[in-house]
Design a protein around this ligand. Sequence first.
Ligand code: FES
Length: 123
Amino acid sequence: MILENYKSVDKDKVVNWFEAGKTSDFDENGGNCIKYKNLQIAVFNFTRKNKWYACQNLCPHKLEMVLSRGMIGSENEIPKVACPLHKKTFSLENGKSLSDENLSIATFPVKIENEKVLVGFDF
Ligand code: FES
């Protein structure tokens, strides 16, 4: 099943830093979708916090490719994305749902080098 294609990657397990684009290609305080192999990845430029995050674009609730269009914000200091469809929320740090404990998403490390956005994968 499609959800099984998405597994979180620890920074120390990264074998490929994929160049997702220039920092200026990404919307401020919002998400954009990139493709890596057969995966759709939502990349968030959290300008207000001066942080970048990446997670699966697939919302695990109804298996819709929508999370990159979700609103980002914070809940008790935890950066989060809210699915645009039914507003389930997920931590951008560890992918845990903040609204439904049965759901979670995969997260991926992001780093910025020379104004390039690099997303880390372990394959
Ligand atoms: S599809 Fe994302 S919350 Fe329902």
